[in-house]
Design a protein around this ligand. Structure first.
Ligand code: NAI
Ligand code: ISE
Length: 337
């Protein structure tokens, strides 16, 4: 059986996921597309899914009988509404991160999903599918470096466009680390602070960049994450975990060392699209496989909620300059099974 997939939002990552479903993965077929900018949807169809129907509204797309599963890859602020539509229709939905831009909307999604009585949501926290992060997690879980004390992490983008706001350093960028660190450490956050180093002149005037988020977990682990989204030189994701017995680092993606002109160099990627290409392939294949059975797997709405609660605290901390508490509701049994 081939899973009929409808995609809402056909920008950068929407098109990339359409391409991978159509050309790289198996078991799925793009049958419908929607975008508030219909030209984007038409372009995506032309390039990657010529048989897909272009729907006037996202609601029309979700309602189509040939759409058996939905992918939401529009702007973050629109995710909650479309995920709720898919849940109401009883259709599995892959939602790019963030699940919603605030925790209150994530709660509404969890309540709707629990009311349907079946897991329907997979959140696009692709790093959980990255071989480097999986290897790092295996090292931490087998105790090689002993009890973890600290994490030093870095999220650098080459540059960002004019629509990117200071708050998005948290809700759009740091949210990856907010998910991956609680998953890596099997721990929850208790507080967050955000500090602003000297501002880079390479950022657009409305934006404060770089930023440093300082997180504390229930077990007392301290995590510092540098977010620097106009770093100029490339796309660079780092994570060093320090334990009582040693340190484990996220490996850099492989690149051929080149010696020329008395210089040794290695290429650095410039974009998430290439840095995590295998992880995106694995997460979307997982979605297709599991959604075909009726219920997706992977990061669930609870993961989306947990990251959003922490993100809300970081946004408050950006404004207050203080250490802000991070408080979650008790985990519903539905998300523990
Ligand atoms: P983009 O701006 O390139 O594309 C977004 C598309 O959504 C545009 O075509 C826009 O017209 C459309 N859109 C906006 N509002 C809509 C609405 N109400 N209904 C239908 N379509 C709508 O943005 P990009 O980079 O593709 O990001 C989209 C989402 O994917 C964001 O949530 C972002 O955080 C996430 N993302 C995740 C990545 C990852 O590493 N997992 C990487 C890049 C993006
Ligand atoms: C983008 O939305 C992503 O998710 C990328 O992975 C991240 O590096 C970038 O900062 C975000 O804007």
């Amino acid at each position: 059986m081939t899973l009929g997939i409808g995609v809402i939002g056909t920008g950068a990552i929407g098109q990339d996921h359409i391409r991978r479903v159509s050309r790289a993965l198996s078991g799925g077929r793009i049958v419908a597309l929607n975008d508030i900018n219909a030209d984007n949807a038409r372009r995506a169809a032309q390039e990657w899914a010529p048989d897909a129907v272009i729907c006037d509204t996202a609601r029309d797309l979700v309602a189509r009988p040939d759409v058996q599963a939905v992918m939401v890859t529009s702007w973050g602020g629109t995710h909650a509404e479309y995920v709720l539509d898919a849940i109401a229709a009883g259709k599995p939905v892959f939602c790019e991160k963030p699940l919603a831009t605030n925790a209150a909307d994530c709660l509404r999604i969890m309540e709707a999903e629990m009311a349907r009585g079946r897991r329907l949501v997979q959140v696009g926290f692709n790093r959980r599918y990255d071989s480097g992060y999986l290897d790092l997690k295996a090292i931490l879980d087998n105790g090689t470096i002993g009890d973890v004390l600290m994490v030093h992490a870095m999220h650098r983008n080459q540059r960002v466009g004019p629509n990117y706001k200071t708050e998005m350093a948290i809700t759009d960028t740091l949210v990856h680390e907010l998910d991956v660190h609680r998953w890596l450490l099997d721990d929850e956050y208790v507080s967050a602070q955000v500090i602003f180093p000297r501002r880079t002149s390479k950022a657009l005037p409305h934006m404060r960049d770089p930023q440093i988020a300082l997180l504390e977990t229930k077990r007392g682990i301290r995590i510092d994450v540098e977010i620097f989204v106009n770093c100029q030189y490339g796309y660079d994701i780092q994570c060093a975990v320090v334990g009582e017995l040693g340190q484990a680092n996220l490996p850099d993606p492989p690149a051929v060392p080149v010696k020329t002109g008395e210089t040794l160099s290695r290429h650095i990627m410039n974009d998430w699209k290439y840095r995590f290409i295998d992880a995106y392939d694995a997460e979307i294949q997982d979605f297709i496989d599991r959604a075909s059975t009726g219920s997706p797997g992977g990061p669930d709405s609870w993961a989306g909620y947990a990251a959003s609660v922490a993100a809300d605290a970081c946004v408050r901390a950006q404004e207050s300059g203080r250490i802000e508490p991070i408080e979650m509701i008790a985990k519903p049994a539905f998300y523990s099974r």
